[in-house]
Design a protein around this ligand. Structure first.
Ligand code: BJW
Length: 236
């Protein structure tokens, strides 16, 4: 039984929420996939074929993390979590660390984190801000050649899915922010939440393939429409 005084809110975020911080999205014009085809950088096969190329792609993005700041949308979601009388869970597809730097605590990185490395030999995970390459030994098992970015590539299983399915079944409001809805399983969260009786809201710069699945859609930049929506919720 839900004993929260206010409806439980589950928020799914995507690359669009970090766009105004200066991080490229994937599929928009000029996005990351324009110069780096998915199959060359975001699959386990690509990493096995050409680890140097994949390391270069992620090293550049990791090195960019300290040069960007959370924007008004990240800050508004952190404020929502602090001030809202019910539960707020953010499930982000983003591998940047802008939600946590904005102050969000109840956060799942379903596609992993740029600032972490995973040893494919022993499975150990490490906080990681430096560049990775094929000669870097794992601090846990000391073997070189297995260290990779701790991110979820196509064909791999996203993180904390059990917890996410449970949260989708329990939430009363599902909000999708700045994601094109092209990638599964995140693309099906709206249907899952709606089936469990949640109200659904999409906040995005433009319409997406899933827009018609939402009860309500608001168009605009995340830095404008997310703080406005948070004000609306906190005002009751
Ligand atoms: C703004 C804005 C502003 C801009 N303000 N908005 C055939 C059918 C169905 C599924 C499959 C299929 N074949 C294969 C699959 C599965 C596959 C898949 O989905 N493939 C698709 C290509 C079809 N999925 C997987 O393999 C996943 N694993 C899996 O399914 O395991 C089995 C399983 C089954 C069931 C349950 C559970 C598991 C793994 C997917 C891993 C995705 N990984 C990446 C890379 C992560 C590392 C990295 O960052 O490099 O994740 S791909 C990339 O896409 C990244 C993102 O998180 C993800 C989503 O992108 P996102 O965030 O939506 O960005 P964009 O660029 O697409 O959209 C930006 C949006 O922002 C746009 O809408 C703009 O309008 C908006 N915007 N500026 C507001 N200022």
């Amino acid at each position: 039984m839900n004993t929260s005084p206010k409806p439980t809110i589950l928020i799914l975020t995507g690359a669009g929420i970090s766009a105004e911080s200066g991080i490229d999205t994937f599929r928009d014009e000029g996005g990351l996939w324009e110069n780096h085809p998915i199959e060359e950088v975001a699959t386990p096969e690509a990493f096995a074929r050409n680890p140097d190329k994949v390391h270069d792609f992620y090293n550049l993005r990791r090195a960019g993390l300290p040069t960007v700041e959370p924007n008004a949308a990240h800050l508004a979601l952190a404020r929502l979590e602090r001030e809202y009388a019910g539960e707020v869970l953010i499930v982000t597809q983003n591998v940047d660390n802008l939600h946590e730097r904005a102050g969000s605590k109840n956060l799942i990185h379903m596609h992993g984190e740029l600032a972490r490395a995973l040893c494919s030999y022993c499975g150990a995970r490490h906080d990681w801000l430096d560049d990775l390459d094929v000669d870097v030994p794992c601090p846990a098992c000391s073997r070189a050649g297995g260290m990779r970015p701790d991110v979820v590539w196509f064909g791999e299983y996203p993180y904390q899915m059990e917890r996410i399915w449970d949260a989708l079944a329990a939430c009363e409001l599902f909000v999708s922010i700045g994601t094109s809805g092209n990638v599964y399983p995140a693309a099906q969260f709206v249907q899952q939440a709606a089936r469990s009786g949640a109200k659904t809201l999409e906040l995005n710069l433009e319409a997406t393939p899933g827009t018609s699945d939402f009860d309500r859609s608001v168009r605009g930049k995340a830095g404008d429409i997310v703080p406005a929506w948070v004000d609306e919720i906190l005002a009751g």
